[in-house]
Design a protein around this ligand. Structure first.
Ligand SMILES: *Cc1c(COP(=O)(O)O)cnc(C)c1O
Length: 362
């Protein structure tokens, strides 16, 4: 294998335990986008076996179906829109669907008729993110449809816009959600589950009345709040081997569009590139690790290769390097590519083999 992602399930377990202890709520692990690149099937199976997970969450139906087909028997909450025919096929599956506007709810009802009462739903309300979610004005019609079609509403939720930065706005969203709760109460709507918090919301100081939290990034060890370090650690290391090596003279160029070298250099090829999720913006900017030395990417990142400056090291063909993890800080890499860490890890190609490591604690 010339490149692989090493995923440390002991660290995932530690992160989970820490989050559990800090929040004291039930955790809905978010495994959308292939569990943020970590491998949704393996991550879900592991968490399901180690902990008592009631609900996992994904963005889309095909992600839920993949988990279902691979034996994940917990409930799977789907955030996004579903084709009516898929809803119909889900009647005996462990899926929970989101009602986030009346348009799709009515479309589903007209397709499924009374069968719709056999499905489970959570209702999502918009409280300020202004992305998905019902508005307060939608509630009377919503309630009418719920009663008329005997809909099974298991939970309600909303999603924060600024939990990592602006707690004032977050508090406004909480207030709006509380207002929604009291309106629903007047209509005697019953449900078991309330969830608002994502990772950042779970780790700032604001107290939220909810029995579940939706946790993605913190499980995988990405720091959720920028000016505060919480006691979680990154669960992955991206490794690769050097597959070619040569000496180049000062003044010669390297890679597409030729970056000119300003000294005699020893350069090596590592078989990963932007098709694997290593951003092209990192060209001539980022570093990888060889032993304990930082080695700079030289020239443009290619689709499936990078070229690295190994001058001043004893690196040779077939030696191992670390692309990301350990001493290569993902936050710094994200900054260098003008994005956030989630963006980088969720784009790790499915083609990169994942190696899961788990050492049983005695
Ligand atoms: C992705 C997502 C989350 C998880 O957010 P993190 O900050 O990664 O914990 C929670 N809720 C919704 C609706 C999401 O789309």
């Amino acid at each position: 294998m010339y490149t692989w992602l090493e995923i440390n399930l002991n660290k995932l377990e530690d992160n989970y335990n820490y989050i559990q202890k800090q929040t004291n709520k039930k955790i809905i692990p978010i495994v959308k986008a292939n569990a943020y690149g970590m491998g949704s099937i393996e991550i879900s199976r592991f968490l399901k076996n180690r902990f008592n997970i009631d609900i996992f969450a994904v963005a889309n139906y095909n992600e839920a179906l993949e988990l279902y087909n691979n034996g994940v028997t917990s409930n799977i909450l789907i955030f996004n829109e579903i084709e009516s025919e898929f809803l119909k096929k889900s009647i005996n599956k462990n899926f929970i669907f989101t009602i986030f506007n009346l348009f799709y709810l009515k479309k589903w009802i007209s397709y499924l008729k009374e069968d719709i009462s056999k499905l489970k739903f959570h209702i999502k309300f918009n409280t300020g993110l202004n992305r998905l979610g019902l508005e307060i004005d939608d509630i009377p019609e919503l309630i009418e449809l719920i009663k008329k079609y005997n809909l099974n509403i298991e939970g309600i939720y909303t999603h924060f816009a600024t939990a990592d930065s602006d707690t004032n706005f977050m508090q406004k969203q909480i207030n709006k959600f509380n207002e929604i709760i009291s309106i629903l109460k007047k209509y005697n709507l019953n449900y078991k589950i309330k969830h608002l918090s994502n990772s950042p919301a779970s780790f700032n100081e604001i107290n939220i009345n909810e029995n579940y939290v939706r946790i993605g990034m913190a499980l995988y060890g990405l720091q959720p709040i920028s000016n505060k370090t919480i006691n979680i650690s990154s669960i992955f290391t991206w490794k690769a081997k050097i597959i070619d090596m040569r000496n180049i003279k000062k003044g010669e160029g390297v890679s597409y569009s030729q970056t000119i070298l300003n000294r005699d250099s020893k350069i090596g090829v590592v078989p990963i590139g932007y098709a694997d999720g290593y951003m092209r913006q990192l060209s001539n900017k980022a570093y990888i690790m060889y032993k304990n030395k930082k080695c700079k990417i030289i020239g443009n990142v290619c689709m499936e290769k990078i070229i690295v400056d190994f001058t001043d090291t004893d690196a040779k063909i077939d030696d191992e390097v670390i692309i990301l993890g350990d001493n290569i800080d993902i936050e710094e890499l994200a900054k260098n590519s003008n994005t956030i860490a989630d963006d980088i890890i969720s784009k790790f190609s499915k083609n990169i083999p994942r190696r899961y490591i788990y050492e049983k604690q005695s």
